[in-house]
Design a protein around this ligand. Structure first.
Ligand SMILES: *Cc1c(COP(=O)(O)O)cnc(C)c1O
Length: 355
């Protein structure tokens, strides 16, 4: 038995893997593989159409919101967002809360002025800054809802009149939120919604088409909306895997039900950490992520020993990112509670032997 705590690409529901494999050989009893027929066919148009409508339904989006499946991963959105929303002489506000946010800031600077309203770099991104001001004439305010590497998460939506743009790559569809508050949301699929190679982008129609810049067709959100995410050949298989995961999520009870399970999983792990004299969580308590739990041991030898033990017990992907060290355990939607129970039991057993 393998317990997959990878940060991304990461665990998806078993039934999604099974159904996706069947579709590679015989899609919907057509005798055709999902990989071998045209995207401009009712067969694939139905896949795309259902995926888009499930996103709208699960996130309870209002009619102003357009859902797109685009290429390039979240990193492409780091520049596609300012390319579409930020004029050269205008200003965008950014929150600097981790490695991914920093990359988004770097890209945005190529298109206009960027104001970093606050940063938690001073303490290695171990907390979320609070009490900052967002200039009211900013074209938009960008932040990362969940910092995948550092293990922090924003637990409320910033209160501002400035249009909100969020990178939700690692916590999309993991908790209830008023998604309609956002003018633009993007997420690489490979953490909570599907296979790598596709991005979910949700944009408010009303913020598009305002920049003076000429935008290449493949980078222009309006073109993708107009063509139903089929401006060119979409990543058909990756979109199909998203559809299967979205169906699974709906069947499981939707976002509110998965949030309850996610809170239970993270609660169990953080309670274990808080009760431990050996393992230490690295982030501010009020900013703890429900998706990526980061912790360390005070002795590199013990860290090695615990990693070895995890490997022996089939616990995959628990090694921390090189910028933080220690351990990072990712608890995405498809992670079963049982795996977290086994991991915490292992931590307790390790502690008994090493204190
Ligand atoms: C993984 C991740 C990214 C990068 O995604 P790619 O699809 O590899 O470009 C960006 N932002 C966040 C928050 C992530 O977790």
């Amino acid at each position: 038995m393998v317990h997959n705590f990878n940060a991304g690409p990461s665990i998806l529901p078993r039934e999604v893997f099974e159904e996706a494999s069947r579709a590679i050989l015989n899609f919907n009893d057509t005798g055709l593989s999902i990989l071998e027929f045209g995207h401009r066919t009712p067969l694939f148009e139905n896949v795309m159409g259902e995926a888009i409508s499930l996103v709208k339904e699960l996130m309870q989006l209002n009619a102003d919101k357009e859902v797109m499946f685009l290429h390039g991963g979240a990193s492409t959105q780091f520049f596609q967002v300012p390319m579409n929303l930020l004029d050269e002489d205008a200003l965008a506000a950014y929150l600097d809360c981790g490695i991914w946010g920093t990359k988004a800031i770097k890209e945005a600077k190529q298109f206009g002025h960027v104001e970093v309203v606050a940063s938690s770099k001073d303490r290695n991104y171990s907390y979320i800054p609070k009490g900052y001001k967002i200039t009211s004439d900013a074209a938009y305010f960008h932040y990362t809802t969940n910092n995948t590497v550092e293990g922090t998460q924003m637990h409320s939506i910033p209160d501002t009149v400035v249009p909100l743009v969020a990178d939700m790559s690692s916590d999309i569809l993991s908790r209830s939120m008023d998604f309609n508050r956002f003018s633009l949301i993007y997420a690489g699929a490979q953490k909570n919604i599907g296979a790598a190679g596709v991005n979910l982008v949700i944009a408010d129609k009303n913020i598009l088409g305002k920049t003076k810049r000429k935008i290449p067709s493949m980078m222009d959100y309006r073109q993708h909306i107009e063509h139903g995410s089929m401006l060119n050949t979409p990543p058909v298989f990756a979109v199909y895997v998203c559809l299967l995961t979205l169906r699974w999520l709906k069947k499981t009870g939707g976002v509110a039900a998965i949030e309850k399970l996610n809170r239970e999983k993270a609660g169990l792990l953080y309670d274990t950490l808080d009760a431990s004299t050996l393992f230490k969580p690295t982030v501010a308590k009020e900013d703890r992520s429900l998706m990526n739990v980061v912790f360390v041991l005070d002795d590199p030898e013990k860290e090695k020993a615990f990693l070895q033990l995890c490997k022996q017990e089939g616990m995959i992907g628990v090694k921390g990112h090189r910028s933080v060290g220690g351990f990072r355990v990712s608890l995405y939607n498809a992670m079963p509670l049982e795996s977290v129970k086994q991991l915490t039991a292992l931590m307790k057993a390790f502690e008994q032997r090493h204190v």
